[in-house]
Design a protein around this ligand. Structure first.
Ligand SMILES: NC(=O)c1ccc[n+]([C@@H]2O[C@H](COP(=O)([O-])OP(=O)(O)OC[C@H]3O[C@@H](n4cnc5c(N)ncnc54)[C@H](O)[C@@H]3O)[C@@H](O)[C@H]2O)c1
Length: 276
């Protein structure tokens, strides 16, 4: 058993708020596929100026696809955001391409393994934290001085309802860390006119991943542990289904936009009623 598969996001998104990001400079990380790509699509169609960042060169294809979507520019950059150098390099590139940096959307992350906590090795735990906490921590640290100097801006992090889920404690610890960044940094950053917010997506249907998160469940036991996650995810929703990529992109884009100007320090659960 692997993740439930659903349709991708090609072309014009179903919902558009015309010109919502017109004139705004937006960085989206993890934009080569999945939720990050769906966010990039929506912002491109809403006329934002985008810098798309990913470790995978597929991000350049996504940028190419989106270049004609709206009135804004779309550029792309490959780097490893598990390092501070990678985050700094991404924002230096953004500084060259964008007239102004207004929004940073930190979307990189994702469970690598699914198993009971006592089955994780030390190395696996480190890799989960490196994947799902550090890219957000480093990007926040690297972006903040730029936003402060600009007189303000918005950081949207992508967390997970998995902080309340089974068979992925290290990932939950990383996303709990992301939630901590949101609430603590929002306190510090408000005086600089910087908002810090997040969504916590629930289970989300996406096409088979071109960039794999890890080896995938192997053998009957690992498949069973993965299936337990899928079952619990659906069980914990009120709506008894997975969400779609567009259903995840929409609240991220709302929180990123000026419409959400009185919201900071909040993590919005987007899990069909699962509060995480
Ligand atoms: N898909 C879900 O069901 C779901 C549910 C809850 C939360 N989330 C969260 O939403 C976010 C996006 O999830 P997704 O399923 O769309 O992700 P995904 O695994 O499909 O894509 C992640 C992207 O990030 C890139 N990436 C990974 N490590 C990187 C690094 N060190 N530097 C630069 N780029 C890197 C990958 O190349 C890939 O393009 C993640 O933070 C995930 O934890 C997803």
């Amino acid at each position: 058993m692997s993740a439930p598969v659903g349709k991708g996001t090609e072309g014009r998104p179903t919902h558009i708020t015309a010109e919502r990001f017109f004139g705004q400079g937006v960085v989206v990380t993890g934009a080569a596929q999945g939720i990050g790509k769906a966010v990039a699509q929506r912002i491109a169609y809403e006329d934002g100026n985008l810098v798309l960042v990913d470790r995978s060169p597929i991000v350049h294809e996504v940028a190419e696809e989106l270049r004609q979507a709206g009135a804004g520019t779309v550029d792309s950059f490959t780097t490893d955001l598990e390092t501070f150098e990678g985050a700094t390099a991404a924002l230096e590139f953004a500084g060259e391409k964008l007239k102004n940096l207004d929004v940073v959307i930190n979307n990189v992350g994702g469970t690598i393994w699914a198993k009971p906590f006592h089955e994780y090795s030390e190395e696996e735990i480190r890799k989960e934290i490196n994947r799902s906490l550090f890219p957000t921590l480093w990007m926040c640290r690297a972006a903040l001085p730029i936003l402060i100097e600009n007189g303000g801006g918005t950081i949207v992090n992508v967390s997970s309802i998995a902080t309340g889920g089974i068979n992925r404690v290290p990932y939950a610890a990383a996303k709990g860390g992301v939630n901590g960044i949101v609430s603590a940094l929002a306190h510090e950053a408000a005086q600089h006119n910087v908002r810090v917010v997040a969504t916590a997506p629930g289970g989300t249907l996406a096409p088979e991943r071109a960039v794999k998160r890890g080896p995938g469940p192997e053998g009957e036991l690992e498949k069973k542990w993965y299936q337990q996650i899928v079952d619990q995810t659906i069980d914990s929703t009120l709506m008894k289904r997975y969400g779609t990529l567009e259903e995840q992109a929409a609240p991220i884009c709302f929180l990123a936009s000026e419409e959400a100007s009185y919201i900071t320090g909040s993590v919005m659960p987007v899990g069909g009623g699962d509060q995480g």
